[in-house]
Design a protein around this ligand. Sequence first.
Ligand SMILES: [Cu+2]
Length: 151
Amino acid sequence: MRRCTLIFAMALVFFSSSIYAQTKPMLSTPSASDVITVKTPQVQMISANSNSTEVFMELDNASKKTYQVVAVYSPVAKQIQLHKSFTQDGRNWMQQVRDITIVPHHERDLKQGGFHIMLIGVNKTLNRGDIVPLTLIFNDGSWLKLNIPVN
Ligand SMILES: [Cu+2]
């Protein structure tokens, strides 16, 4: 009986140390919020007959890993979607996308006519120079809090 317990205890130590060995490198991997830099973020002015607008920025991924923006939060809008613009039959359209990918050592431009963040149901007046708080949430669960000027 005793021997059995000892073997069980040794097995447990071995098993837990192998889990530790597996998880340790993951813990030392930098999170998306450590390696992604945001440049020139701006919220577009809202046109008079609309309550939605676009957010643009450059997302620079300085790491060896691919990351995705999977969600965005801001208190100024009822709903926020990730969008992609495209042209079809000579008209401009946009569609919702699940995420926006930023590949290693590259920059992803969120810009007019391309990927962008869509603020829908903006619940306050946004004037030029106002600051909009906005949080980007990445696929690894990390996030970046931004304060973005209206332009
Ligand atoms: Cu859009």
